[in-house]
Design a protein around this ligand. Structure first.
Ligand code: HEM
Length: 183
C-alpha cells in the first residue's frame, strides 16, 4: 500500500496519523476530566497537569503536521456519491474536528501561560509564555477550553457513529479504507 493518498484510498501516513491521534485526543479528554476533580494534595495533582500540558503540545505539533500533510494530499472521494448533503456534513465535521482541536490547543496555551510561566515538555524543552501575565485571561480561557473539549468529544462520538453507520448499514468501505483494509 502507498504512503500518500489517492482519490480512492487513504495512504499509510494519513491512516497512521488518524489512529495515533484518535486515542491520544480521547485520552487527553479523559485525563483533563479526571484531573480537574483532583484535590490539591492528591499525589497526581501536579503530575497529571504536567502530563496534560506536555502531551498537549506534542499532540498539537503532530496535528499541525497532519493538517499540512493532508493539504498536500489528494482527498479520497466519498463512497456514497449520491448522498450530497451527507457528504457535505462529513466534510464540515472533519473541518470542525480540526478547528476544535486547534482551539483546544490555543486555549490550553492561554490557560497554562496566564501566570507568565512557559510549558515544560518533559524537561527536554520549554514552550515560552509569549503574552504578558493576565489571570483573568487564564480564567476565561479555562472556561472556553472546557466548552470546546465537551463539544469536541460530542463531535467525535457523532463522527465514530457515522463511520459505523457506513460499515454496518451501507456496508461500504468507508471504515475499511481508514483501516488500510482495501486494495
Ligand atoms: C479523536 C478522535 C478522532 C478524530 C479527531 C478524527 C478525525 C478525523 C478526520 C479529520 C478525518 C478526515 C480525514 C483526515 O483528515 O485524516 C477522519 C476520517 C475518518 N475517521 Fe476519524 N477521527 C477520530 C476518531 C475516529 C473513530 C473513533 C473512528 C471510527 C470508529 C473514525 C473513523 C474515521 C473514518 C472511517 C474516516 C474516513 C472518512 C472518509 O472516508 O471520508 N475516526 N477522522
Amino acid at each position: 500500500m502507498r504512503l500518500g493518498n489517492t482519490t480512492n484510498h487513504f495512504g499509510w501516513i494519513s491512516i497512521l496519523l488518524h489512529w495515533i491521534l484518535a486515542p491520544l485526543l480521547i485520552g487527553m479528554f479523559l485525563l483533563g476530566d479526571y484531573m480537574v476533580d483532583l484535590d490539591y494534595y492528591h499525589p497526581w495533582y501536579h503530575d497529571s497537569l504536567q502530563w496534560h500540558k506536555a502531551l498537549g503540545v506534542i499532540i498539537m505539533t503532530i496535528m499541525l503536521l497532519r493538517f499540512i500533510w493532508n493539504r498536500l494530499q489528494a482527498k479520497p472521494k466519498p463512497l456514497q456519491t449520491d448522498h450530497l448533503l451527507q457528504n457535505r456534513l462529513a466534510t464540515l465535521g472533519h473541518w470542525s474536528l480540526y478547528l476544535l482541536i486547534f482551539a483546544l490547543g490555543i486555549s490550553g496555551y492561554l490557560i497554562s501561560t496566564a501566570k507568565g510561566q512557559g510549558i515544560d515538555i518533559f524537561s527536554f524543552f520549554e514552550l515560552p509564555a509569549l503574552l504578558p501575565d493576565n489571570a483573568e485571561r487564564g480564567e476565561l480561557a479555562g472556561k472556553i477550553h472546557e466548552v470546546i473539549a465537551i463539544s469536541f468529544i460530542g463531535l467525535v462520538i457523532i463522527h465514530a457513529l457515522a463511520a459505523f453507520i457506513h460499515h454496518f448499514y451501507y456496508k461500504d468501505n468507508t471504515l475499511k479504507r481508514m483501516l488500510g483494509r482495501t486494495s
